[in-house]
Ligand binder design. Structure first.
Ligand code: SF4
Length: 232
């Protein structure tokens, strides 16, 4: 078990900037690697391209769960949440489980929801809040790669704290309705943008879009305050 490692792009302490738990002091564990590339988001694709693009692989550290715990322990003073993000954490559901079992507090896993854990084998995943950021048309990904209904259904039925978190800049209501149909979880929409300026262009539309469709609006505090800066 000790020689099992996970590629880690960064571990840092900050404030959750978006979604259901926005505002919560949180430790972020950003894993490297993703099964999508989202060419529609920013000129480099994904806004976390440094945790996705294999060109940055030499910046990722292969850490064991014990090494990750050691990093996390230095931030536990204020009982923060743990946010496992990426990249796509779902690539490592098996390897991450000892960490999920160990952490004594709220865990959010930020995922594109194309992969789901084995909830019977790893029951503590049922206590995790999965922030399901299912990718929409504006991600530039092929539909069949980005929407996996079986996975969304499985996560929704097993992990009741979960929620949807969509990146929006145009009217994607039909797609959102289709993805969330028959699933009773909160739906958050947040403006597309990797800078304060881009966020402010899209925010009024998303605000109105949420009002008209009964969705919850989520801002992106970290982008508003720090733009593309890492580790925050
Ligand atoms: S799914 Fe998320 S992490 Fe992966 S490429 Fe798309 S935006 Fe980036």
């Amino acid at each position: 078990m000790d020689n099992i490692t996970i590629p880690v792009s960064e571990i840092f302490y900050s404030i959750q900037g978006e979604g259901k738990y926005a505002g919560n002091p949180s430790i972020f564990l950003r894993v490297g690697g993703c099964n999508l590339s989202c060419p529609g988001f920013s000129e480099k694709g994904c806004d976390s391209f440094y945790a996705v693009d294999r060109k940055y692989k030499n910046e990722w550290q292969n850490l064991s769960i014990e090494e990750i715990k050691k990093e996390i322990k230095q931030y536990l003073k204020f009982n923060p949440d743990l946010v496992i993000t990426g990249g796509e954490p779902g690539l490592y559901f098996d390897r991450l489980y000892p960490l999920v079992e160990w952490f004594d507090g709220l865990i959010t896993i930020e995922t594109n929801a194309t992969i789901y854990p084995d909830f019977d084998k790893y029951p503590k995943y049922k206590k995790v809040a999965f922030a399901m950021s299912v990718k929409l048309l504006n991600s530039g990904e092929e539909y069949k790669k980005r929407v996996k209904k079986e996975s969304i259904k499985n996560i929704s039925q097993n992990a009741k704290k979960s929620f949807f978190k969509f990146v929006v800049n145009i009217n994607l209501r039909e797609e959102i309705e289709n993805i969330t149909k028959d699933i009773d979880l909160p739906i958050y929409c947040m403006p597309l943008g990797e800078s304060k300026e881009e966020l402010e262009i899209n925010a009024p539309f998303v605000f109105d879009f949420c009002l008209k469709n009964g969705y919850r609006y989520s801002d992106r505090i970290h982008i508003r305050l720090f733009g593309k800066k890492k580790g925050i």
